[in-house]
Design a protein around this ligand. Sequence first.
Ligand SMILES: [Zn+2]
Length: 416
Amino acid sequence: MTDAWGVLGAYVADALGPRFRTREALLAWQDRRVRRHLRWLRATSSFYGDLYANLDDAEWRHFPTIDKTAMMRDFDRLNTAGVTLKDALRVAERAERERDFRPALGEITVGLSSGTSGARGVFLVSRAERVRWAGVILRRLLPGPLWRRQRVAFFLRANSNLYDSVASRRLRFEFFDLAAPLETHFPRLHALHPTVIVAPPSVLRLLAETGPNVSPTRVVSVAEVLEPQDRAVVAARFGSVFEVYQATEGFLGVSCRLGTLHLNEDLVAFDFENVGEERVSPIVTDFSRRTQPIVRYRLNDVLVPKRDGCACGSPLLAIERIEGRADDVLELGGRRVFPDFVRKALMSVPSVREYRARQVGPNDLEVELLPNEPLAREGAEAALRALAPTVRVTFVPYAFRPGARKLRRVERAWRP
Ligand SMILES: [Zn+2]
């Protein structure tokens, strides 16, 4: 079977997949799927077999969790393809140097997660899993059915030529490499006349403000935190913003027709750790991924669940927003400060258009500001002091350019 048929098969299977009227029905179905997966997992992954020895599968939501560090430490025993971390890293790093976008060991693709602090994650995906993933993503991301005419522009850090295999006369994919200066892509983007643009929000905003004259029916935000001020600019130009929550760890959520982000609980089971101030950090269990099982895996993300759910009626959990990485929660003068509080403080200053804030010492914040003018600085400093009274702020001009580097507006670059 060619990849194209596989993608189409996964697309159709997803379109015909289970629908749940109630949250109870969804969770009961999830429970059966996870238990079935656990029986297989115990027998196949010696790491999970040992970790879950003597535990009752009915209690899986209370099983020990793992994180990226644990996953990398026991990589060789955790994955079920018999691949060693050493081999996987060698392949992935060489591919990165040579900008070869599909590093593989035989039929298994090796992905690196863009870990900025500490260890990077290595993720193995079989060909069948990759093909299935593509089919599901296309089903949930494209406006309208697969056979409708679409021209999709992907602005990504790494190409996935997988989509080329599904391309046809009606469906066309073009890849725009974020490693190249964005302006160099404008003529080709204009000529493509895309119906769908998929890009990080910093790139969508640049396209909205200075990009070529295109009128896609859908713009899709991926790979970075979508902040309200960027969403507003992009929505004002393109109508609305469709959000995809995806990581190397899984395809985790998409917007509904009302624009609310819902978690893909029909693909992945979520549990949550409370991190304070109505925020949670997810623990994910993917019940179909087998090459590198992701079970009771703590994601380093901070989510704000939507308090009143979503009016669309979906039983899938609604998310108010994704706030970025848990290790970017600041600790200023002994106070925990969530990134969104920093955003609110700085965006409350009328003249501030752009910002980045990095914690660089126990009580020190370096703030990139646009405009970096006395009035803006004064307002910003006062707003930040309201959050952390003793904070020392240093201002520098705003220097971020959308492109190869991922935009993290609030970053914790200092640890004791
Ligand atoms: Zn909804």
